[in-house]
Structure formats: C-alpha cells, structure tokens
Design a protein around this ligand. Structure first.
Ligand SMILES: [Zn+2]
Length: 243
C-alpha cells in the first residue's frame, strides 16, 4: 500500500510547475543539462523537481538548506535516474547536508564526505557536492557516488549490482564488472577509475558511475565493455554530449 501512496504523491508533485527561481540555478550549477536533447532535458527537470519536493531536507551543524543546495543535489539524483523510474529513490526519505566534511560518530571520527544508508538517508557535505560540480571531468563526484549507492541498494542488496532491466543482462554484467573490478585492484593507480573503486564491488559500481558521467569518452575508450553495460543500465550515452 505504501508504494501506491508514494506513487500518487509523485504524480501530484510531477504536476506542479517547475519553480521559476530554480531555473538560473540549473543553468549555473548543472550546465550539462543545457546540452541534453529536449525530451531528455524535460525528463531530467521532471526528476529533479519531484526529487527535490519529495525528500525531507536537513541541514546539519547549523547549515541552512537553500534552493541552491536542493537543486544541485537533486540534479545529481536526476542525472542518474532521468531515463529510469523515479520510484528507485522511494526508500530514500532524507537528505542530510553538512557544511563541509564531517566526523562520523560511529567510526572513530573518520572524516567523511558523503554516505548512503540503506535505511533511507543520504548524508552529504556541501563542500564536496560543490567540488564535484566544479571539477566536472575528474571522475570524482560525491553526490553521483552516493545516489549510485541508493540505486544499487534499491533491489534490496547493496552489492554493486542494481536491479537490471532484463534477467538476461546479469550474465554480461557480472562478467564485465568482475573483470574490471579485479583489473582495478591489480593496478589502482593507472586506471581510468579512481583507486577507491577497488574497495569492494559496491564502491566499484559507484566509482564507475562517477567516471561514466564525468569522463565518458575516456571510459568508453579504456573500458568499452564496462561503458556499454552502464549505457544499458542507465539508458543514456553521456559520451554523445561530452566535451
Ligand atoms: Zn561509496
């Protein structure tokens, strides 16, 4: 039943007009959106709007949440989901934003830039979100990374494999992802992917997602099989509009 109510809520939010004051923020913070084909841009803005209106936003450590933050962060979620179903983010209820990196209370004060909890919360540092947006082609984007984790866990398992569109997709996915994961583990410093992706399969998927959207041409050239699996999953081809 819960999912029916969520579906109705999403429909109601989808009918609300896109807030005019958000448009300049999209232009400034999410310049890639201007390069999308018109239909894809419309879906992107729809996903952004519904996500921003649907989630609960909390500023931590005294941070006041602004429209700028909501739009920029929802833009990362929508960038991943624009050709997928918005209900993939249903389990996610709350976005917590810290001003900058923060000390994790359960991890001996480890410095953290973002994290995704399976129980419905993503925690981000605004500094890290901004640096992800400003350095748009370095393959490091905290918000994309955390939302990739959310997509990964939306099938109930946090294991580096989200729910694929067809059961026949799993075979090739497993083959390509395990080969590329072990290749990254073997030579983490000479890879198109950030070394952090060698941590485990879940981090590998999140790091591969960052590279897919931030340096698609390079990924396509260096790891064409991995690139194709991500095209099939995300149903987008970022290399077509990349610089
Ligand atoms: Zn991660």
């Amino acid at each position: 039943m819960l999912s029916i109510f969520r579906g109705l809520r999403r429909k109601r939010l989808a009918r609300r007009p896109f807030p005019a004051e958000w448009e300049p923020i999209v232009e400034r913070r999410l310049p890639f959106a201007a390069k999308l084909p018109a239909d894809e841009r419309a879906r992107f803005l729809l996903h952004l709007k519904v996500f921003a209106l649907d989630k609960d936003w909390f500023g931590a450590a005294g941070l006041v949440i602004t429209d700028e933050m909501k739009v920029a962060i929802s833009g990362a979620a929508a960038r991943l989901s624009r050709n997928l179903s918005l209900n993939l983010y249903d389990e996610l209820r709350t976005i917590v934003v810290y001003p900058s990196h923060y000390q994790h209370p359960d991890r001996d004060g480890t410095v953290v830039y973002g994290e995704a909890h399976r129980w419905g919360q993503v925690v981000l540092s605004w500094d890290a979100v901004v640096s992800g947006l400003v350095n748009a082609t370095d393959g490091h984007h905290t918000a994309l990374h955390e939302f990739a984790h959310v997509l990964d866990s939306s099938d109930g398992a946090f294991d580096g494999t989200p729910e694929l569109h067809d059961h026949r997709d799993y075979h090739a996915w497993a083959k390509v992802f395990s080969q590329r994961y072990f290749a990254l583990k073997a030579s983490p410093n000479t890879n198109v992917l950030r070394p952090y992706g060698a941590t485990n399969e879940a981090e590998f998927f999140a790091v591969a997602t960052e590279a897919f959207f931030e340096k698609p041409r390079q990924l396509k050239l260096k790891a064409p099989d991995l690139y194709q699996e991500l095209v099939r999953y995300y149903r987008v081809d970022p290399s077509a509009t990349a610089r």
